[in-house]
Design a protein around this ligand. Structure first.
Ligand code: GAR
Length: 209
């Protein structure tokens, strides 16, 4: 059965665009993006969804005083859409226990570094690349992984290394990592999931291709 994919976004949505393009070109097998959910009503990602005829929803953390109510509302929203796979594509709100347990090993995140480097709470967006440059690593990259209760600690599905070059700024490094790694491995991980080719055992993801 074709899997329904919900993509959760907060910003520009270039990873969402990579997923839309991958669906159109057939790189994503057995999956369809059926809805885009944003934590931010002004995210350009919403415009990308609309331009491609994909249903959109907005759910804001700040509209709920208790985190547990937000967590519940997001879980209900995802269940009401009959979602099989949730993709966090630059989604900047941490997920709670309810949604993570309702969709165990069915949530994929893209992180802009080689986990376990430069990850965990506080490491998001440009901050990740600032930290990588500050440390002077010569390779960074991206990681597609399942989401569990440990921030950036779930089973790793695919990683791709990208060279850090002399004179890089966080913006330049971010762009190179997006182009060479994120936009490639995220659609691949999604396609593998949709074809039931990823098995998780003891917190390790094994791919059968
Ligand atoms: C991407 O680089 C993604 O890896 C990162 O935010 C950016 C979103 O860009 N995500 C994180 O840092 C999550 N911790 P996009 O909106 O253009 O896809």
């Amino acid at each position: 059965m074709m899997k329904n994919i919900a993509v959760l976004v907060s910003g520009g949505g270039t990873n969402l665009q990579a997923l839309i393009d991958a669906e159109k070109s057939g790189v994503i097998k057995n999956g369809k993006i059926t809805c885009v959910i944003s934590s931010n009503p002004n995210a350009y990602a919403l415009e990308r969804a609309r331009q491609n005829g994909i249903e959109t929803e907005v759910i804001r953390r700040k509209d709920y005083s208790e985190f547990s109510d937000y967590d519940k509302a997001l879980t209900e929203l995802l269940k009401s859409k009959n979602v099989d796979l949730i993709v966090l594509a630059g989604f900047m709100t941490i997920l709670g226990h309810e949604v993570i347990s309702a969709f165990e090993n069915c949530i994929i995140n893209i992180h802009p570094a080689l986990i376990p480097s430069f990850c965990g709470e506080g490491f998001y967006g440009l901050r990740v690349h600032e930290a990588a440059l500050k440390k002077g690593v010569k390779l960074s990259g991206a990681t597609a992984h399942f989401v569990n209760e440990v921030c950036d600690g779930g089973p790793i599905i695919i990683q791709k290394a990208v060279e850090v070059k002399e004179g890089d700024t966080p913006e330049i490094l971010q762009k190179r990592i997006m182009e060479q790694a994120e936009w490639k491995i995220l659609p691949r991980a999604v396609s593998l999931f949709c074809q039931d080719k990823i098995k998780v055992k003891n917190n390790i993801a094994v791919i059968s291709d």
